[in-house]
Design a protein around this ligand. Structure first.
Ligand SMILES: [Zn+2]
Length: 240
């Protein structure tokens, strides 16, 4: 394992089950995570999503609230005005509720250079795609890669990704619903996983003493590694 290797745990869309089923596990293991929130969903459009009290509880527990747009559209298909509204208003809605999102996740992993430029102009320091892979000091901060943990993956599958990623600097895992297998099947939530799989992954991370950081903290560590390795104060990866 590289000395600096670290992992981030991210939960997309603000599913209620991420607070009811994942947050207690994260608390037990003392691990912080990043929750990428669709701002329209916070205002109670469906019981399946977290509300503002849930987000406050996550913040108090040391987790990061990141932005995942206003209403989760394919960003490359929008007009300039719609695009700005999705990115900037989504973040502004969260700020109005007292949160300070400084990292972003692209809905459906959908991006192009123009979308990335807007994300940068909205002031985000980092953004995660769904491109499968790990991150090194060469990775663009606004195009971070990740591994999605889905219904078909076992804890051992995820552990094998972690082992493979140890030669890089930073592995980001992303999750959606955290529900029992029957519930995932009933709702056809193929992007979800079970509490048991999540627990198996967290147990492994704890046993191997792998540092777990939020995405915002990951970016800070990342910059320090690059500076140390290159002896330069340049922030890497900002050219798109
Ligand atoms: Zn999403």
């Amino acid at each position: 394992m590289k000395k600096e290797f670290f992992v981030s745990l991210t939960f997309d869309d603000g599913w209620k089950s991420a607070i009811t089923n994942a947050a207690p596990l994260l608390a037990r293991f003392g691990m912080p995570a990043t929750f990428y929130i669709i701002s329209d969903c916070v205002f109670g459009c469906r019981d399946e999503y977290m509300n503002v009290d849930d987000l406050r509880a996550l913040t108090l527990a040391g987790h990061e609230i990141g932005a995942h747009t206003k209403s989760h559209k394919y960003l490359t298909e929008l007009s300039q005005l719609e695009l700005w509204n999705e990115i900037e208003q989504g973040a502004e809605d969260l700020r109005a509720l007292g949160f300070d999102p400084c990292t972003f996740a692209y809905p459906f992993g959908d991006w192009n250079p123009h979308v990335v430029k807007q994300v940068r102009e909205a002031g985000f320091m980092a953004a995660r795609t769904i491109a499968r892979g790990m991150n090194t000091e060469k990775t663009n901060h606004l195009l971070l890669r990740g591994y999605g943990v889905r219904k078909e993956h076992s804890a051992n599958d995820v552990i094998s990704w972690i082992v493979r990623a140890m030669r890089s600097d930073w592995l980001i895992l992303y999750f959606h619903q955290i529900e029992q297998a029957e519930v995932l099947s009933e709702h056809k939530w193929i992007y979800g996983t079970t509490p048991a799989v999540l627990e198996g992954v967290l147990l492994y991370l704890q046993r191997e003493h792998i540092p777990i950081v939020t995405v915002a903290d990951g970016i800070e560590r990342f910059v320090k590694i690059a500076v140390k390795e290159k002896g330069s104060s340049l922030v890497p990866g900002h050219a798109v």
